[in-house]
Design a protein around this ligand. Sequence first.
Ligand SMILES: *Cc1c(COP(=O)(O)O)cnc(C)c1O
Length: 405
Amino acid sequence: MKYQVNSEGFYGPYGGAFIPEMLHSNIATLTESYQRIINEPAFQKKFHNLLKDYVGRPSPLYHAERLSEQYGTNIYLKREDLNHTGAHKINNTIGQILLAKELGKTRIIAETGAGQHGVATATVCALMGLECIVYMGKTDIHRQAPNVARMKMLGAHVEPALSGSQTLKDATNEAIRDWINHPVDTHYIIGSVVGPHPYPDLVATFQSVISEEMKWQLKEKTGSENPDYIVACVGGGSNAAGAFYHYLEDESVKLVLVEAAGKGIDTGYSAATSVLGSMGIIHGSRTMLMQTEDGQIVEPYSISAGLDYPGIGPLHAHLISSGRAQVFSATDEEAIRAAYHLTRVEGIIPALETAHAFSILDQIGAQPEESVVVCLSGRGDKDLATYIEYLDEQEGNRASHEKTT
Ligand SMILES: *Cc1c(COP(=O)(O)O)cnc(C)c1O
């Protein structure tokens, strides 16, 4: 197994658990017990029952005929946007809330940037009747009012992170501090394949249901379990990890990641970690991250709040540096245009994060007889204001252009 985590918690040189002494007992308990617990038949049964009846899985694999025709290949969309709460994140929070209960925890904490993971966590806490505290940067609380309202309605306590730039990395620091202070009763639900071992593997395992379904769905539709390409956007990398998981060791399946270039890779407003990043330690994991020469984290930027994380999960750092995965990037504008294109051609409004994945489909070189699966990680309701603003600007520009000519 070249690409799976090893017994020390590393993916090649990346990963591990670089944590303060005070977190050791929590992390050690998780590391020792997570595989045993999640592989128990009773756990698997509860997990899969909830995925089926509560989340609505299996999510469809849809053959997008018009898109396929335009790109001259066979494009399939893995419809994670149709899950309860509108994205893939719920797969992980369902798994982790069941794990927390097995561990006897009564209090749940989480960090969130855009609020998507916060909502997915608040949802499963309501479902299980557990106390929920979501740390969120004060800046993000102002930017993401609808998701804050959802979390509150679900009964979560949204705790503002007031340090630093008051965004995701500060919320994560606050959550870690909370966990250090409440080691006995609290489980920390991390929202992507990031953080100290075993989190990247834990989250990837829960998200792997995506590629588990893809295998039989593709077999049914094409006669083969394998596509030629799998394309996914990458913030921390959990939807990509889920879509790649069962294909990692099969190198005939090409893995494609799309990261957010923001306003452009060289503009100083970007989240293209694989190009701008270097090896370092962030949130307990050795991985690729955007940092200054003296190791300060560089604030990332993307129009999509779900992709502006300054690092990338250690699995993906390994896939990229070993050449197993190819990386492309898309700017804000390219992502928005791709979102409009998908909407007008297939009648599906994608999340802004997801739209990045669609913007590079003409660049991968897929042939007419080949097949491409795109992980449609989430729906675009939350991004409507951004989409409409763009359309208004375009129409405004056109109107003023027509006036002057
Ligand atoms: C959070 C989010 C992402 C980015 O997170 P990953 O861990 O990289 O998957 C992508 N798409 C949607 C819809 C999201 O909500």
